[in-house]
Design a protein around this ligand. Structure first.
Ligand code: AGP
Length: 606
């Protein structure tokens, strides 16, 4: 996610802003920029790549804004880096969020004669403010009017060369004011940007606007422009804690970010009960020309394909396969132009996945990808890309990227099925409605954390574990086993629940914890028999089941209740207890949760 910083005070503003941007580097970025104001003139410096220690070329100034960009719309280029300026170079803005209606706004502004230098959604904000300024209204009112035209999420800091004012405004994206010494002020996406200068902060809330002018801060509701009184608080976090927003590890922060990131991934793509994926128009036009779909990925990304193979097949009624990329690439696969290959990768740089997609393309398949890192190699080599908007995933163990992959693929499957007339418009609308409700159910599941932590503590000394599930919960069992293995180093195995009696049941004894995903769905009765088989051999049974299933709770050792969603989307809920169980076990064992031994975040070797 992007990082925003603004400074107004008595010190070297551009230097302070650059140092503050560096403290937001953990948020991940691919380009950065700073604009400073001196002698009523805005000066800009933007770069692709890391913030270097190199001296800034900006003139000395007392007021400046800056930005680290994590690309969601538009390539990674200097033109697309923020801050963005209006045509007359008198207004500069930095933005964190997504402007859903930017294409319409851009069209309107082009008709009024505005010229754009980049291709981002954010740039429209600078031109909107510039347009409002023509009404000779106060700068803060021009910003408020512009903000009222935006659909989507935004935290914006705007700088005006004519009045020397800086304005911060937010809706569904964080923005915090830091109150420094001598009436100096910081504005930033999170406190970590300026924590070394001050711990006195005011957290802006949705629809808040703050005006910084002449070393004074005043607050308004940007819809009514009614003056507001805001409460100043003292932040207790250390700088390191602030990076993790108060969570003990990045992985835990990222597990708890999942509802927000699912919303971000769906933003602008679910409109009036339909899935709208402009970046897939070309592919969807050919939807009826494919007679097979092949998911390719590694590790957790492969499991995302395995989960959604069930959903895709259920909706589209064509054969769907999920393959380990590392296996696919070496077996001279039978693939051709009637195949749609979907690569899944958080980093977009995994060597085995990259090699596999090159093999598929060479054999004539159409290639699309579900990727988190914009402009990554796999993204660049795909015919179309559906970006997950999980933001940078710092923890080596993939969590929020996985659920965002499942959400993204679900949207693609619905759009595909509608194009192939495989589902009715009402079924599609019902699935879209269920997708929209998903973040609330994910949040509800996260609230089971205390129960899961207690269960984790009970089993943290075990040396083995089994994870069992049926249908689309089998890949969730695989993901649960992988999470436990990779961060707690406990050996864990997953299999289809029915497979246990074909051998692995010999492993069951009182030392073996067995985690079942046992949602009351079409396979529930069969899973119940598997639970009985384990209990009959003194195995310890932990179940993930839907709320209210007290009958099963009576039968087993430990129960984690989850809310019920549309069945096809239920795996996105069911994986959250798997993630938390692994996390709390690993933390209890004192493991290095964010950087597990032997692992790399992106496996760029074969
Ligand atoms: C997931 O927890 C692992 N860190 C690993 O399996 C990962 O999912 C795999 O290496 C694929 O990475 P990618 O999504 O960046 O391609």
């Amino acid at each position: 996610m992007c990082g925003i910083v603004g400074y107004s005070g008595n010190e070297d503003a551009a230097l302070l802003v650059m140092q503050s941007l560096k403290r937001l580097e953990y948020r991940g970025y691919d380009s950065w920029g700073i604009v400073s104001l001196s002698n009523n003139k805005l000066s800009s410096e933007k770069k692709v790549g890391r913030i270097s220690e190199a001296k800034l070329s900006l003139p000395k100034s007392k007021i400046a804004i800056g930005h680290t960009r994590w690309a969601t719309h538009g390539q990674v280029t200097k033109q697309n880096a923020h801050p963005h300026l209006g045509c007359k170079q008198k207004v500069a803005i930095v933005h964190n969020g997504i402007v859903e209606n930017y294409l319409t706004l851009r069209e309107g502004l082009l008709k009024k004669g505005h010229k754009f230098s980049g291709e981002t959604d954010s740039e429209v904000i600078a031109h909107l403010i510039e347009d409002e300024k023509k009404k000779a209204i106060p700068f803060e009112k021009a910003v408020a009017n512009a903000a009222s035209k935006l659909d989507g999420s935004f935290a914006v800091v705007a700088l005006d060369s004519e009045t020397g004012s800086m304005v911060g405004i937010r809706k569904n994206s964080p923005l915090v004011l830091g109150i420094g010494k001598g009436n100096s002020f910081f504005l930033a996406s999170d406190v970590n940007a300026f924590l070394k200068h001050t711990k006195k902060v005011i957290f802006l809330e949705d629809n808040d606007l703050v005006l910084l002018k002449g070393h004074h801060a005043s607050f308004f509701d940007f819809k009514s422009m009614k003056k507001l009184k805001k409460k100043e608080v003292e932040v207790k976090w250390s700088s390191e804690e602030a990076e993790k927003m108060g969570f003990k590890h990045f992985m835990l922060k990222e597990i708890f970010e999942q509802p927000e990131k699912a919303i971000a991934t769906m933003e602008g793509r679910l409109v009036a009960g339909k899935v709208v994926l402009p970046e897939f128009e070309k592919i969807l036009k050919k939807a009826n020309s494919f007679n097979r779909i092949i998911f390719l990925g590694c590790g957790t990304a492969f499991y995302a394909g395995l989960v959604q193979k069930y959903l895709f097949e259920e909706l589209c009624r064509i054969p769907v396969e999920a393959e380990y990329a590392s296996e696919f690439r070496y077996r001279n696969p039978v693939v051709g132009k009637k195949d749609l290959v979907i690569a899944i990768s958080q980093s977009g740089e995994t060597a085995d996945t990259l090699a596999a997609i090159r093999e598929a393309k060479a054999k004539g398949a159409t290639l699309v990808s579900i990727v988190n890192v914009v402009d990554s190699t796999i993204a660049r080599e795909s015919d179309s890309v559906l970006y997950t908007r999980a933001g940078p995933e710092i923890g080596v163990a993939s969590t929020k990227a996985f659920t965002c992959q499942l959400v993204a693929i679900a949207m693609l499957a619905i759009a595909f099925a509608v194009k192939r007339k495989a589902v009715s418009k009402s079924k599609a609308a019902s699935l879209v409605a269920s997708l929209k409700k998903l973040p609330v159910l994910m949040q509800e599941t996260l609230e089971e954390k205390a129960v899961i932590k207690a269960i984790a503590s009970k089993y943290s000394k075990k040396t083995n574990a089994l994870f069992l599930g049926r249908g689309h919960n089998y890949p969730i069992a695989l993901e649960g086993a992988l999470k436990l293995k990779e961060i707690s180093y406990i050996h864990a195995e997953a299999m289809p629940a029915a497979e246990m009696k074909h051998g692995p049941i010999a492993l069951i004894d009182k030392e073996m914890p067995v985690v079942f995903i046992a949602i009351r769905d079409q396979t529930y009765e069969k899973v119940l028999s598997n639970v009985e088989e384990v209990k009959a051999r003194a195995g310890k049974v932990i179940v993930v089941t839907d709320k209210g299933n007290t009958v099963l709770e009576e039968m087993v050792d430990d129960t984690i209740f989850v809310p019920k969603s549309e069945e096809l989307l239920q795996p996105i809920i069911n994986v959250i207890p798997m993630q938390l169980l692994a996390y709390y076990v690993a933390d209890k064992r004192g493991c290095d949760v964010d950087k597990p031994r032997n692992l790399a975040k992106s496996v760029t070797v074969e």
